[in-house]
Design a protein around this ligand. Structure first.
Ligand code: ADP
Length: 476
């Protein structure tokens, strides 16, 4: 079979740098595709947060010149391999754009990712790798396809593009004038001129309009974003590409999220000895300062604390439920404050830790009985899948990937974004936990048995790439 070369371009990838699910996905899809025989490589910005020593980054090129904003910047290119397998990862080193503690700072993101997108195309010839397809992830890299057609014209003939929407709400907008920094006259490009009519250039819109194929991370979300409720104002744009839009559910890195081998757990366990979960539960109760008692139902939420996630549904009514609630996350300040106040009022029942902590997150998945995801929308969601893999039963709203991955056999699903609907499903879960332990076990086991590996999704992406390249061959 003909070898396919894929270059992935993204703003984050685990284990190097991860803010949310995007990092998980970009961190595990390339090695999964490589297992299928595709030559996949990934390029990321080299942020300060990336540990060069730990990941054995080697400098492979120095002082590559990038013209930007009437100056010439000198960038370096580093490389390493993903820990599992031999998938190359490149890091673009440009401290003027990528330094600082935040991956997504409040200021300067347009510059950061416009520069990154343009620089990726400039440094590509140095790598000695000719991609058949450039696969861009989310708005940060949404300009890549249009840059290939404009400032890169002639250099990328026949190279196809895929744009994956991981979260439609983070769109990234910039003033059209900013594109002058890469000597791009927007009037020379129809999609840019059209986009600029409302006063700004939207990176997400550009990705959607210019990529040869658009994908998102679940079939339900692919349908939802064509509606005004979920379309975040872009539903008309996305409908134009309906024929080229597919939803492919994400997989999980089953080595990293594996309760039988997880180094972050107090006690490891498998589906056959779920009772060993309890030691993790006691450790989590202790870590969150709650009464340590294996008989009390422990509900958990691990999440970015943002509007999307429906955190606002959690209020003092939680304390009326028979059980404990722990929350690990960080995000919007008002949500953080509100949750901390709740902990102070109900210290024996509710405990919040405001931070990002991968280790603790694993322990929480392992210790929790119930995992909550009352999301307003959820493109795919990984939390519910991780929870099921760790024997925590999810309570989720029927939206996006939550609808596609959680069923009545494996969890509790509610429809309306209201407190009664959410608390109704949660209460039902608690009832079954306390009163019908055998039924509870059946749900846990059904979750455990579900296949969350990358095998199927990676095959779907490989199929899509082949299809795109077949179309290219037929056209020629
Ligand atoms: P999103 O991509 O919208 O943030 P997902 O459910 O797709 O949501 O993925 C979230 C990922 O980030 C999961 O791996 C989850 O465990 C992890 N995560 C979220 N918040 C935290 C946190 N505070 N500490 C550690 N891991 C977290």
């Amino acid at each position: 079979m003909e070898k396919i070369n894929i270059l992935m371009v993204a703003a984050e990838a685990a284990p190097y740098v991860k803010v949310g699910g995007l990092g998980d996905v970009v961190g595990s899809l390339p090695p999964a595709l490589r297992k299928l025989g595709l030559d996949v490589r990934l390029i990321l910005p080299l942020y300060d947060a990336i540990d060069r020593k730990k990941f054995a980054l080697r400098k492979i090129f120095s002082n590559l010149a990038i013209a930007y904003a009437a100056q010439t910047y000198r960038v370096n290119l580093y490389a390493t391999f993903f820990p599992a397998g031999r998938t190359p990862v490149y890091f673009l080193d440009a401290p003027e754009f990528f330094s600082g503690p935040e991956i997504y700072p409040r200021q300067g993101q347009s510059d950061r990712f416009l520069f990154f997108s343009a620089a990726v195309l400039s440094v590509l010839p140095s790598i000695n790798f000719s991609p058949d397809i450039i696969h861009c992830h989310d708005a940060q890299t949404g300009l890549v396809p249009v840059l290939m057609k404009t400032i890169g014209a002639g250099r990328f003939e026949g190279v196809k593009t895929v744009f994956t929407i991981h979260n439609f709400t983070y769109q990234k907008k910039t003033s059209p004038a900013v594109l002058k920094k890469i000597n791009l006259d927007i009037q020379t490009c129809h999609s840019l001129a059209l986009d600029a009519r409302d006063g700004d250039i939207n990176f997400m819109v550009q990705g959607i309009l210019n990529a040869d194929q658009v994908t998102t991370v679940s079939p339900t979300y692919a349908r939802e974003i064509t509606t005004s409720f979920y379309g975040a104002g872009l539903e008309k744009i996305i409908r134009r590409r309906r024929a080229d839009l597919t939803g492919i559910i994400n997989g999980l890195d089953l080595d990293f999220f594996n309760p039988a081998r997880d180094p972050f757990l107090v006690r490891r366990y498998s589906a056959r000895c779920l009772s060993a979960k309890k030691e993790n539960k006691l450790a989590v109760q202790k870590a969150f300062g709650l009464p340590v008692d294996e008989k009390i139902a422990l509900s958990a939420l691990v999440s970015r604390l943002v509007w999307q996630k429906g955190i606002d549904l959690l209020d003092e009514k939680c304390a009326r439920l028979p059980g404990q609630l722990i929350i690990l996350g960080r995000g919007e300040q008002d949500q953080e404050k509100r949750l901390k106040a709740l902990t102070r009022r109900f210290p024996k029942q509710i405990s919040v830790q405001i931070k990002y902590d991968e280790k603790l997150a694993h322990l929480v998945y392992a210790g929790a009985d119930i995992f909550l995801m009352p999301s307003r929308f959820e493109p795919c969601g990984l939390g519910q899948m991780i929870a099921m893999r760790y024997g925590a039963v999810p309570v989720v709203r029927a939206t996006g990937g939550l609808k596609d991955t959680v069923s009545r056999q494996t969890g509790f699903v509610f429809q309306d974004m209201t407190q009664p609907a959410f608390f109704g499903a949660w209460q039902k879960a608690l009832d079954i936990f306390y009163q019908q332990p055998r039924q509870w076990r059946r749900r846990q086991s059904a979750g455990f048995r579900k296949d969350f590996s990358w095998t199927k999704p990676a095959r779907s992406y490989a199929f899509l790439y082949r299809h795109l390249l077949d179309r290219r061959t037929k056209k020629n």
